[in-house]
Design a protein around this ligand. Structure first.
Ligand SMILES: *[C@@H]1O[C@H](CO)[C@@H](O)[C@H](O)[C@H]1NC(C)=O
Ligand SMILES: *[C@@H]1O[C@H](CO)[C@@H](O)[C@H](O)[C@H]1NC(C)=O
Ligand SMILES: *[C@@H]1O[C@H](CO)[C@@H](O)[C@H](O)[C@H]1NC(C)=O
Ligand SMILES: *[C@@H]1O[C@H](CO)[C@@H](O)[C@H](O)[C@H]1NC(C)=O
Ligand SMILES: *[C@@H]1O[C@H](CO)[C@@H](O)[C@H](O)[C@H]1NC(C)=O
Ligand SMILES: *[C@@H]1O[C@H](CO)[C@@H](O)[C@H](O)[C@H]1NC(C)=O
Ligand SMILES: *[C@@H]1O[C@H](CO)[C@@H](O)[C@H](O)[C@H]1NC(C)=O
Ligand SMILES: *[C@@H]1O[C@H](CO)[C@@H](O)[C@H](O)[C@H]1NC(C)=O
Ligand SMILES: *[C@@H]1O[C@H](CO)[C@@H](O)[C@H](O)[C@H]1NC(C)=O
Ligand SMILES: *[C@@H]1O[C@H](CO)[C@@H](O)[C@H](O)[C@H]1NC(C)=O
Ligand SMILES: *[C@@H]1O[C@H](CO)[C@@H](O)[C@H](O)[C@H]1NC(C)=O
Ligand SMILES: *[C@@H]1O[C@H](CO)[C@@H](O)[C@H](O)[C@H]1NC(C)=O
Length: 830
């Protein structure tokens, strides 16, 4: 007896443990442990729950999955949507179980099957697991690999798309995953509204109402759909659209993993809705609605017609060279619903140069059901191909980027153009084939809608291309000639060609992998700089300006456009900009060879810069600076000239970066005295560092420092690097005085430098770093000194007291990990 008591206790405890194990949350269902009504499976991290529910006021029972940790019960998947368990059914026998051959079945009284998985592969060790993605998977216990799921609910979606889930086709299995709406909020049975990937040569997303198309997204064009308008703000999701011969699908992921997000096709509102859970209001917030508006339904304006939205209604028009089909509608603006026909009846299809193409901008391109695509053709080849075939009605690029540059690929249409829409922004260019007489007529009419006659601009495009090609390829001499030639008439040329592209934030975020730290090139004075790759493969550098400016957006934009007009071969080219809410981005050409400091202060890299390259770099910087100071329309003081701001192109030509940004961000200060000092110790002129006084002469000082650094390969650290106040300038002074440039010049140049040149350059450097601004030459004089052999004035002895003062400054948090040069941007808070 005495032994029995503890034994019973043990059994009781074991039983308790066992039973608590059953009732506690589990994510796995086995053959021996069916799920009955009233119990649930909960995914490992408690994100999703699987169980039985009754929607709204309905008393029918359904097996479904919902968010576990969200107070508003939101069903994301229903198993038996079309075969509910009726309210009069005895619930006691309702269970979800796994059959011996490894299928999930939903059984009620008398083992009536309400729903089952049809896994093609049989398994005797199948278990079902609810994953934290919301995916219910059937797996073989022995083969727990996501590639080998026996079955998964993500392959049989109901009305909700969850992150990671694929919508689309798989050719091998014939599987087509698409969303089907609920009939209404309390009836999950399959509605007649569906969302999926249309299966054609050129896949796109479509919404269907029954068997008819309700909405088309337009083809995927690299990283968005053709019909997507330019996004006004930063999207919260990344879209993955895959189109191969094996499969084509759409997938999305939140940028921030902690975002709870769902996309639903909703028959009540005739739309696709994307919701994001709002922690603050504890409710779902609508993030996206497709279609965006009720205007311009599918093919509303018929073939060769196009639809626009105006004053809250849809307006139809006919493409150039077409007129309304039904005669009584001629002249009526809105009544081309039956579509349009060619205006000149006689026109059939002739030949090159007799047919032409008109460009329609901002278009959602036509239905691609009968189209043809080649992603590697250029637009010129595309046009040729369209011209060759009489039945080709239009062509367009298949890949576009938001920036408007880097188009590629080709789509051809061989039938009536259906479902065209024109947007105020977004969309893409579409070239429609018309009779050339029509184009001439339009040109004479001086029609309002901008129509570009492609035929007539081709020669000029070629001319521009050829010019650009040679301009880019040709050696330095040719390029400087071009600059000189255009200098006189810079005002004229500025007017035409300086349309600076406005980049979309999305594009840039995508290009820089969401400003990932891996892509960070460095930290400049006004914000970090990232490397990016546009969808067309072009590399860019992106400066993300920290929001220190009180400027309005228009002012900023004007300043950026202004910067883009500063074009000189020794200035980094501004390619575009982006403004969105708090974000201000500048997009530059990307320089493969990084910056000057990278080469100068690295013992292995510095060997790549021989004597003549160094002199070339110095004179390049001087010319760039001269342009900023004198030749550009407005005098620009750089204020933060330093070796890390000098970038090098493939041929080691220097390009000044960050110019004008000082002006952009501190637009009110052009010249004079400032309480806030922008600059970098070691490069700042004394009057600027101490008194905040700046002028073109403070830039000259910085130039002098860079010159000395280029010659010596050493940094002018700004602080004394030995116990005496002995810095690079002092060293230069001493070497020049003693006439021993050998001591000063970078050791790796000892075999290649020319003594007289070295002395002269050190001399010029010393002239530039003189203490009194008035003693320093201006850049015109510097350029002359560098290029001629004229006699030079005697430099005054530099004063080296600066360092003591500056050492007192508190640098605070130093987040500039790339270099130990710190650009001071704010000494005093606003
Ligand atoms: C449901 O079925 C169980 C067993 O099959 C039975 O014991 C129970 O009485 C039934 N309940 C109702 C309400 O019919
Ligand atoms: C279950 O089976 C029994 C006997 O075959 C039958 O009498 C009963 O009506 C069945 N119940 C249901 C709900 O089908
Ligand atoms: C399973 O297959 C049967 C017959 O092929 C079919 O009627 C049923 O709809 C399928 N069920 C599912 C969930 O696919
Ligand atoms: C399958 O593997 C994953 C990761 O290895 C694990 O989290 C999960 O619990 C496994 N599932 C089963 C049923 O063993
Ligand atoms: C459809 O959207 C409306 C409005 O947002 C909402 O009230 C309704 O519950 C949705 N229906 C379904 C089935 O989600
Ligand atoms: C969807 O199709 C049905 C039947 O063809 C039609 O009655 C209904 O108006 C359509 N709905 C929309 C929003 O077009
Ligand atoms: C993601 O969202 C959470 C909650 O909204 C926020 O705390 C976190 O900072 C975000 N993470 C990133 C990288 O933005
Ligand atoms: C269009 O509709 C919106 C909202 O219904 C309204 O605020 C706006 O004034 C309308 N615009 C025109 C031009 O009718
Ligand atoms: C379009 O034209 C029809 C008749 O031709 C007219 O009844 C209708 O009001 C017009 N719609 C608009 C928006 O002008
Ligand atoms: C393409 O057009 C053909 C003929 O008009 C039609 O049968 C087919 O369903 C269409 N395909 C798609 C994906 O719309
Ligand atoms: C696509 O265009 C490229 C370039 O013109 C050509 O080399 C290739 O053969 C084309 N592919 C097809 C399938 O036509
Ligand atoms: C023109 O294109 C159509 C559709 O691709 C094709 O059927 C026809 O053979 C082509 N004609 C010529 C002359 O290439």
């Amino acid at each position: 007896m005495a032994i029995q008591l503890p034994l019973m206790l043990l059994i009781a405890i074991l039983l308790l443990l066992f039973s608590s194990k059953i009732s506690s949350e589990t994510d796995t269902l086995t053959q021996f442990q069916p799920l009955s009504d009233g119990t649930t499976l909960v995914s490992k991290e408690g994100t999703f729950e699987l169980g039985f529910f009754s929607p709204g006021s309905s008393t029918n029972r359904y097996l479904g999955i919902w968010f576990k940790n969200i107070p508003v019960k939101t069903i994301v998947w229903v198993a038996n949507r079309d075969n509910p368990i009726k309210s009069n059914t005895n619930n006691t026998n309702t269970k979800l179980t796994i059959t011996k051959d490894g299928n999930l079945v939903l059984l009620t009284v008398n083992d009536t099957v309400h729903w089952t998985t049809n896994a093609t592969e049989k398994s005797f060790n199948a278990v079902a697991q609810l994953l934290d993605t919301g995916n219910l998977v059937l797996i073989d216990e022995k083969d727990n690999n996501s590639q080998n799921y026996l079955w998964q609910s993500f392959d049989y979606p109901t009305d909700t798309l969850l992150p990671g889930m694929k919508i689309g086709w798989e050719v091998a299995t014939g599987l087509n995953r698409y969303l089907t709406s609920w009939n209404n909020w309390e009836d999950p049975s399959s509605g007649h509204f569906a969302y999926g990937v249309a299966r054609s040569n050129i896949p796109e997303m479509q919404i269907w109402n029954g068997s008819s198309v309700f909405y088309r997204s337009g083809p995927w064009s690299g990283f968005r759909f053709s019909a997507t308008p330019t996004l006004k703000r930063r999207s919260l999701v990344n879209i993955n659209f895959v189109d191969t011969t094996e499969e084509s699908y759409y997938q999305l992921f939140p940028r921030n993993r902690s975002l709870v997000i769902r996309t639903v096709v909703n028959q009540t509102v005739f739309a696709l809705q994307r919701f994001i859970w709002d922690e603050v209001t504890q409710n779902w917030k609508l993030d996206l609605l497709i279609p965006r508006d009720d205007f311009c339904g599918y093919n509303q304006c018929g073939s060769f017609g196009f639809c626009t939205e105006k004053d809250n209604s849809s307006v139809c028009g006919c493409l150039r060279g077409f007129e309304p089909k039904s005669p009584q509608n001629r002249g009526a603006k809105n009544s081309t619903h039956q579509g349009c026909v060619q205006s000149s009846k006689s026109w059939m299809c002739r030949e090159k140069n007799i047919d032409g193409f008109v460009k329609m901008s901002n278009m959602k391109v036509a239905d691609t059901n009968t189209s043809w695509m080649n992603r590697s053709m250029t637009i010129e080849e595309c046009k040729e191909k369209c011209w060759e075939n009489c039945s080709c009605t239009a062509y367009a690029n298949s890949d576009i980027t938001e920036s408007g540059s880097g188009f590629s690929g080709c789509i051809l249409w061989f039938s009536d153009l259906l479902d065209l829409r024109q947007f105020p922004d977004g969309g893409q260019d579409l070239y429609v084939r018309v009779d050339i007489s029509q184009i001439d007529k339009d040109a004479k009419d001086g029609s309002k809608i901008a129509v570009v006659v492609v035929a007539s601009i081709v020669p000029s495009i070629i001319a521009i291309l050829v010019f650009t090609f040679f301009y880019r390829r040709s050696k330095t001499k040719f390029r400087s000639k071009v600059i000189i030639k255009t200098k006189g008439k810079i005002n004229e040329s500025e007017e035409e060609d300086l349309e600076l592209p406005l980049f979309d934030f999305e594009t840039i975020a995508f290009a820089t992998s969401d400003f990932s730290s891996d892509n960070m090139l460095g930290q400049g004075g006004f914000g970090p700089v990232y490397k990016g790759t546009l969808p067309d493969g072009h590399n860019i550098a992106v400066k993300r300006l920290s929001d220190t400016s009180a400027q309005g957006l228009d002012e900023f934009k004007n300043e950026v456009i202004f910067c883009s007009k500063l074009q000189h071969r020794n200035l980094v080219k501004v390619l575009g900009y982006c403004i969105e809410e708090q974000e201000k981005l500048l997009i530059y050409e990307y320089m493969h060879n990084k910056s000057l400091n990278f080469f100068l202060f690295d013992t292995s890299q510095s060997k790549l810069l021989d004597w003549s390259k160094r002199l070339n770099i110095i004179s390049g910087i001087a010319r760039g600076l001269l342009y900023l100071h004198q030749d550009s329309r407005l005098r620009i003081i750089h204020r933060d000239l330093k070796s890390s701001n000098i970038l090098l192109d493939d041929d080691m030509n220097p390009k000044i970066s960050d110019f004008g940004i000082a002006r952009v961000c501190r637009g009110d200060i052009i010249e004079g005295n400032t309480s806030r000092v922008v600059g970098t110790y070691g490069y700042m002129a004394p009057e600027y560092a101490i008194g905040g006084l700046f002028s073109i002469k403070s830039d000259v000082y910085s130039f002098g420092v860079i010159l000395l650094e280029v010659l010596s390969g050493k940094k002018n650290k700004g602080f004394s690097f030995s116990s005496q106040n002995y810095n690079l300038i002092a060293h230069a002074w001493w070497c020049w005085k003693e006439c021993s440039p050998m001591e000063f010049i970078d050791t790796c140049l000892r075999d290649s430098y020319i003594q007289s040149e070295a002395l002269r350059y050190i001399h010029i450097g010393l002239l530039c770093v003189q203490h009194q601004p008035n003693d320093r030459p201006n850049m015109t004089a510097v350029v002359t000194m560098l290029t001629s052999e004229s006699a030079l004035p005697h430099p005054k002895k530099p004063i080296f007291f600066l360092e003591r003062v500056l050492v007192e400054e508190d640098f605070g948090q130093n987040m500039y990990n790339q270099t130990n040069e710190v650009t001071m941007s704010e000494m005093q808070p606003r």
